[in-house]
Design a protein around this ligand. Sequence first.
Ligand SMILES: C[S@@+](CC[C@H](N)C(=O)[O-])C[C@H]1O[C@@H](n2cnc3c(N)ncnc32)[C@H](O)[C@@H]1O
Length: 221
Amino acid sequence: MDLLVGRERRPLDDAEVEAALDAAAVVVVDVGTGDGRGAYRLAQQHPDWLVIGIDPAAERMADTARKAQRKPSRGGCPNVWFCVASAEAPPPILSGRAHRVDVVLPWSSLLRGVVRGDRGVLTGLCGLLRTDGELTAVVGTDIWRPPVPTDIVGLDQPRPGDPDGTLAAAYRAAGLELTGVSPAGADELARSTWARRLAAPGERFVLITARRAAPAAGAVG
Ligand SMILES: C[S@@+](CC[C@H](N)C(=O)[O-])C[C@H]1O[C@@H](n2cnc3c(N)ncnc32)[C@H](O)[C@@H]1O
């Protein structure tokens, strides 16, 4: 897996990655990390955690990825890593290692993945989690107000409780047990740069939570 440092990608030894994953009290993968500031803040709050921000858009993460690798006296934060990757194809070395996968205010394929339960995205997210690891996804619902972005035309808006069970079925098919669809509180949004940009009065957000189900007895792989 390559570590992003500014605009540069530095290959990490598998042994180094495994050692950091083993040593961390909690491993969090922040998928669609954007500018990475949320992941950075979370890592600062929990120095014994390893927080890994992934996003296909390298440029957006560059400043935080550079800052994180400085000396701690200059804002460095060694327990946050950034990596250029997508939800659909995360670094294989992280497979089954995350206690938590966070998705905060996703857009495009990541949004469609968590809201419609697209198999490629959900399978990728599920694959990052340990058994019983938790997926949390916060989605802004005001984007469903007209004019609806072309990205989400035809997508059902997530509704608290998942009344018709469609989302639960899609999550189950990807190995995830849907544990809740509820209004999101300030805590879930506090570390999101994007939430601050959106912050209009009355803006509403939904929190989707799911858990990686244990493989069925006798299942292979
Ligand atoms: C609105 S930004 C949110 C950034 C950050 N989570 C925040 O709250 O400030 C959405 C991010 O999702 C990323 N994204 C979109 N599709 C993705 C995918 N398939 N896999 C991973 N990230 C994706 C985008 O590149 C973008 O950085």
